[in-house]
Design a protein around this ligand. Structure first.
Ligand SMILES: Cc1cc2nc3c(=O)[nH]c(=O)nc-3n(C[C@H](O)[C@H](O)[C@H](O)COP(=O)(O)OP(=O)(O)OC[C@H]3O[C@@H](n4cnc5c(N)ncnc54)[C@H](O)[C@@H]3O)c2cc1C
Length: 378
């Protein structure tokens, strides 16, 4: 069945979903409220586990990500705050593929790759565009745009992220992500030879780490325990970050002293970490949700974007397999729910461990378990 489909949100999940749906014979329009492809990119770099690469391969984007990024031979290594080695984290491979356990790529590169592919397969992307209202009936969805114009679509996909407006139409206004008490600092740093995988340094106050995202580029992150309203004012991000990591030795200490002390405040991104796993159904009538709009994933496993991309691939598969969109949406949710819940719940447990609330939690064992489960077919 070929449908006209509106995807609200041109982020990672929206673009991946649009490519998958257009490639299976649908006529897809994406509306993105930001002005262009670059202004819709938030943050610095993205971890792509092997399961993300498999999903990207299904929409023709994996090789470009590997070419643009840094494929690591292993997932990562864990050190203490002084820089003493604790444990290796091998990661998992996908049977029958050559994908590395982890590829790191810059967010602008990933957006460029997804946008080029979307254009190539014929997706209509409209920037600086949002919607005001959706009215679904038995035959389609009337979408009202600012200014009063309307357009009919067979189906609407809400890929509008953590603050989703489409979610209200599907789940009601009371289902919202919650802040988990941590915020993430991110800043690009030069890649040095020891950053050949994710390098984690745990302390009792938070988690520091490095992710390679290109031959010469990595990003540094620090997951800080922070009240929602305690965000440092503009111009004080560097001071706050340096304060959080003042006690670190090892790689974090070296990069702090040799590089981070000299970065500009504007180069640092600080994002609150929010979490949600909505119960099924993830659709109402002809409107369905993907990505952070329905399962908001904190960064502890580098899986949020991966899950959003998998959503898009599965949604396209189920719509192609069913004449009845309700049956397709129900199968989509059934195939996605447990995987996404495992990711969301394990991220929360790792976050609690980082905050000192679960001292006996084996975060490396939990990470390996999730990666192993996610390497199974989706
Ligand atoms: C600090 C941090 C680090 C992370 N690191 C990783 C990582 O390394 N690996 C990983 O896999 N995941 C990571 N994640 C998670 C990942 O970023 C998200 O899970 C992923 O971006 C979700 O994609 P999405 O398309 O659902 O939402 P988004 O990427 O947020 O995209 C939503 C899009 O919708 C647009 N939009 C919103 N409302 C409207 C509207 N009304 N009309 C039109 N457009 C609209 C927005 O402008 C945006 O472009 C991280 C998250 C955080 C907070």
């Amino acid at each position: 069945m070929s449908s006209s489909i509106l995807v609200v949100g041109g982020g990672i999940g929206g673009l991946a979903t649009a490519i998958a749906l257009q490639s299976t014979g649908n006529d897809v329009t994406v509306i993105e409220k930001q002005a262009d492809l670059h202004s819709s990119v938030f943050g610095v770099g993205i971890i792509q586990p092997a399961n993300a690469l498999r999903a990207l391969d299904a929409i023709g984007c994996a090789q470009a990500c590997l070419d643009a990024g840094y494929g690591a031979a292993a997932w990562g290594s864990m050190y203490d705050a002084d820089g003493n080695f604790l444990r290796d984290m091998p990661g998992t491979l996908i049977e029958g593929s050559d994908f590395p356990p982890m590829n790191g790529v810059t967010r602008p590169h990933l957006h460029q790759i997804l946008t080029s592919r979307a254009n190539e397969v014929g997706v209509d992307i409209r920037y600086s565009t949002t919607f005001e209202d959706l009215e679904a009936d038995a035959a389609g969805v009337t979408v009202r745009f600012p200014g009063g114009t309307t357009e009919r679509f067979d189906l609407v996909v809400g890929a509008d992220g953590v603050r989703s407006q489409v979610r209200r139409h599907v789940l009601g206004a009371e289902i919202e992500p919650h802040y988990i008490g941590q915020s993430a600092f991110r800043v690009n740093v030069p890649r040095t030879p020891e950053i050949d995988r994710i390098v984690l340094q745990a302390s009792r106050q938070g988690m520091a780490g490095f992710v390679p995202i290109g031959p010469d580029l990595a990003y540094f992150f620090y997951n800080a325990e922070m009240a929602r309203d305690a965000r440092p004012p503009r111009g004080h991000l560097k001071e706050a970050l340096l304060g959080h990591i003042a006690h670190y030795g090892g790689l974090t200490g070296r990069v702090r002293d040799e590089y981070l002390v000299n970065v500009a405040d504007d180069d640092i991104v600080l994002r609150p970490e929010e979490s949600l796993i909505a119960a099924a159904p993830w659709h109402k009538g002809r409107v369905v949700l993907v990505g952070d709009a329905v399962h908001t994933v904190t960064p502890h496993l580098g899986q949020g974007a991966a899950q959003a991309i998998e959503d898009g691939v599965v949604l396209a598969e189920t719509l192609a397999a069913h004449d009845d969109h309700e049956a397709a949406f129900a199968e989509y949710t059934a195939r996605r729910y447990e995987r996404c819940k495992l990711v969301v719940d394990t991220c929360l447990a790792i976050g609690d461990w980082e905050k000192g609330l679960l001292p006996d939690f084996d975060n490396i064992g939990a990470t390996n378990h999730v990666l192993t489960v996610l390497a199974q077919p989706f």
